[in-house]
Design a protein around this ligand. Sequence first.
Ligand code: ADP
Ligand code: ADP
Length: 235
Amino acid sequence: GPLVTFERVGYAYPGATRRALDGLDMTIARGEFVGIVGATGAGKSTLCLTLNGIVPQFFGGSFFGTVRIAGSDTLETPTSRLAATVGMVFEDPETQITATTVEGEVAFALENLKVPTALMQVRVAEALKAVGLAGLERKHPARLSGGQKQRLAIASALALSPDCIVLDEPTSQLDPVGTAEVFALLSRLNRERGITIIVASHASEELAAAATRILLLSGGRIVRDGSPRAVLGDV
Ligand code: ADP
Ligand code: ADP
């Protein structure tokens, strides 16, 4: 079956008068590279948070309909388990990095899973190599460039062997070089490893080149769903 299924999903944050998501129906197959676009407030971030159960499990509020990830209903699946299927990367490269070395940052993601040390070292090395950060293991994350920090966040997600990586505006704080690095990496992970990529972004040129499908959101609804050429041509 599909990796992601939304059935008539509606959601309002606690106390909100309008719905952040308002009747989403869609499926995403394994191996797709989906771009999510739309104006500020359209629901892009909320949709991203719905994919790993943070909405509604951590936020509360009123939630309608069903989201299934790899067949599991997100309302019935612990977010810790969803986190191993759906890796998340956020906009701010600073706030998601907590360790004092590059390798420690990726290891941190694995520590909760009680992975044996030897296997953990292999997985950390493999993830850093995959994102092009091999050789920087002992460096302090604060001394990385913005693009390197986001690639480190992607390595931390990759170390958990996710089916899917969801990124919310991953390049909006990056310069053009960092933006290009991140999109090139996402394309490679999608093409070479078949990892499903779902990315909310305003970087429409990069999205047009990398994505296989674009969802245009407005008012918490999908108003366009098609190829980058068909959808981004109108934006
Ligand atoms: P973006 O457009 O990048 O998604 P926003 O500027 O809409 O970000 O929101 C930034 C932060 O503020 C997010 O964490 C979001 O959850 C929160 N936020 C946005 N709108 C509201 C609101 N009406 N009430 C409380 N928090 C909000
Ligand atoms: P986008 O990412 O497209 O900018 P969001 O998903 O952040 O859109 O926001 C969708 C709607 O939900 C907006 O009306 C926003 O103000 C509201 N919203 C977002 N985060 C929160 C929050 N934490 N609490 C209340 N309302 C929020």
